[in-house]
Design a protein around this ligand. Sequence first.
Ligand SMILES: [Fe+2]
Ligand SMILES: [Fe+2]
Length: 135
Amino acid sequence: MPIMSWNSTLATGIASIDAQHQQLVVYVNDLYDAMTQKKGREVTGKILTQLVDYTVKHFAHEEQWFAKAGYPDTQAHVKEHVDLTNQVKAFGAAFASGKATVDSELMNFLRSWLMNHIMKSDKKYVASLKAAGAS
Ligand SMILES: [Fe+2]
Ligand SMILES: [Fe+2]
């Protein structure tokens, strides 16, 4: 059972961004599977790294569009990206040194963060980015 699924409430209508959000959902579910199926630290660590790297790439994509669009709410939005990036990188370091494990608390945090961020913050930029030509 996946921990989260893609549905229309998450859609922004910007194809490149929706595709990236869908991929993030896939990685969150992969990480959840690794946890529930008790995959080893090596497999789990690889999925965690993929998720972190892809998240960083996705945030950079959004931020490039903020710059092109002159998106007025850029500062607050980027702060959310930076805060999450710092949190997951800190977790990644703790995981790598054996001080942390992927547990349901982490998974619930990731799922809630992703859903809330897409539905509340990402949706705010849609009109502005579409006007700038984002597709
Ligand atoms: Fe996003
Ligand atoms: Fe975002």
